[in-house]
Design a protein around this ligand. Structure first.
Ligand code: UD1
Ligand code: CA
Length: 459
């Protein structure tokens, strides 16, 4: 099989983004643009991927890691100059070199694959991925001859008024015969409106030498959006969101309002889960069958098991068991592990805590750094007092315990199995199994005293 390589152009500063964040690291549905490109290239099993980095080189390599090799383009002199930085690595190789931009995050693996196969079948020296768009402003235009063959690509800034009417654009994605690329690229000049070395000029150079040039037109212009500014970034977000929601619905997930549901690319959702409006599911979350998420809920890196219901809440880096009910207005912070059939009600915060099966924390509580057993009832307003300003301490509440309302449990402390804590207690000592702990001021009634107070208030 032909050897295949890819060069990702990611050295441009991205001036039009007006951002301190390097352009290709701007996220689309939570994932940096350049990572989308890598993820879509990976299934093509290329022999090597080389990313051209410039400004922010370290942050790009930090993101992509060893999924690519890197070359540095010290000065951004144009896309042809960027590709040339990979010459040392690729010049002696035979095969196909795919060149892609780091700012076209919507191109799918299927399209890359189709382009490569079309190029190789056609035995062309260069093949451009093109598409027809209704708003071509800013893109390079494909100029074809009378027979419909690609002649050259003209950049918007260099194009005549007539050429600007062309709606077939260069997507910035190409396949080259590797040897032909390195030869032709030497002849690219920077004699143009931007004073840059344009990669698209390689097409005309090869054509003039009588080489075969191809164009593969993808039918889906939505895929080819090049993100140069914030408006295009928002557009990309919209397209990606729609695509991902569509995929989940095809897989049997109920998404009630796909326009207002944001599911990031690495999220897994099983059939018959229901996603209500205003919900954002991020990271590597897994939502199992029959779970109901939302409305207005944010889930980040959580596993939510079958039949669980999470409404109007935020949950991060936690595990939520089968049929658990969360919310409304709960905050599940990292490292919470909530077992089957438990309930976390309104205005409850749980952090780094295990909550056992069928346990209930129904209202207005903070449970942090705690082990809570099964069938425990935690009354309204209970607080695990876990922090002394320097260190965190553990609260253990054993199975079947009952914590009365408005209790402070000062950690480290253990509430024994089956015990009761009286409402309003501040507990700082171990409570043995099956006991009742009362730790509050005794009540005093002063009969008739109300009249005295009222008298005093007359003056
Ligand atoms: C480029 C194409 C244009 C095409 C469009 C598709 C050129 C000259 N023009 O225009 O025909 O329609 O993409 O989206 O190629 N980069 C470098 N080093 C540089 C310059 C750019 O690595 O010196 C990288 C950028 O980071 C970016 C990509 O190359 O990922 C494209 O550069 P950009 O400036 O965005 O080109 P466009 O003006 O969009
Ligand atoms: Ca661009």
């Amino acid at each position: 099989m032909t050897q295949r390589y890819a060069v990702i152009l990611a050295a441009g500063q991205g001036t039009r983004m007006k951002s301190k964040l390097y352009k290709v690291l701007h996220p689309v549905m939570g994932k940096p643009m350049v990572q989308h490109v890598i993820d879509q290239l990976t299934p093509a099993k290329l022999d090597s991927i080389i990313t051209v980095v410039g400004f922010g080189a370290e942050s790009v390599s930090e993101q992509i890691g060893n999924q690519s090799a890197y070359v540095v383009q010290k000065e951004q002199l144009g896309t042809a100059h960027a590709v040339q930085q990979a010459e040392d690595i690729l010049k002696d190789k035979q095969g196909t070199t795919l060149v892609v931009c780091g700012d076209t995050p919507l191109i799918t693996h299927d399209t890359y694959q189709a382009l490569i196969e079309f190029h190789e079948r056609n035995e062309a020296k260069a093949t451009v991925l093109t598409t027809n768009v209704s708003e071509p402003t800013g893109y390079g235009r494909i100029v074809r001859d009378a027979d419909g063959h690609v002649e050259r690509i003209v950049e918007h800034k260099d194009a005549s008024n007539e050429e600007r009417l062309l709606t077939e654009i260069n997507t910035g994605t190409y396949c080259f015969d590797n040897a032909a690329l390195w030869k032709a690229i030497q002849d690219v000049s920077n004699d143009n409106a931007q004073g840059e070395y344009y990669l698209p000029d390689v097409v005309e150079i090869l054509k003039d030498k009588g080489e075969k040039i191809g164009a593969y037109m993808t039918p889906d212009p939505d895929e080819t959006l090049g993100v140069n500014d914030r408006a295009a970034l928002a557009e990309a977000e919209k397209v990606m969101k729609k695509r991902l929601n569509h995929m989940h619905m095809k897989n049997g997930v109920a998404i009630i309002d796909p326009d207002h549901t944001y599911i990031e690319p690495d999220v897994v959702i099983e059939a018959d889960a229901v996603i209500q409006p205003g919900t954002i599911i991020r990271g590597k979350s897994v939502i199992h069958a029959d779970a109901q998420i939302g409305p207005h809920t944010e889930i980040i890196d959580c596993e939510i098991d079958e039949g669980a219901v999470v409404t109007h809440s935020v949950a991060k880096n936690s595990r939520i068991g089968k049929r658990v009910q969360i919310g409304p207005y709960a905050h599940i912070r990292p490292e919470a592990d909530i077992a089957n059939d438990a309930k976390i009600g309104n205005f409850v915060e749980v952090k780094k805590a295990t909550i056992g099966e069928k346990s209930k924390v129904s209202h207005l509580s903070y449970i942090g750094d705690a082990h809570v057993g099964s069938q425990v009832n935690i009354g309204c307003g209970t607080i695990t007092v876990n922090y002394d300003g320097k260190n965190k301490f553990l609260t253990t509440i054993e199975d079947d315990a009952f914590i009365g309302c408005n209790s402070n449990l000062i950690a480290p402390v253990t509430i024994g199995k089956g015990s009761y804590v009286a409402a309003g207690s501040t507990i700082n000592k171990h409570v043995p199994e099956d006991s009742l702990a009362i730790a509050r001021e005794k009540q005093t009634n002063k009969e008739g005293y109300a009249a005295k107070i009222k008298n005093r208030q007359k003056d």
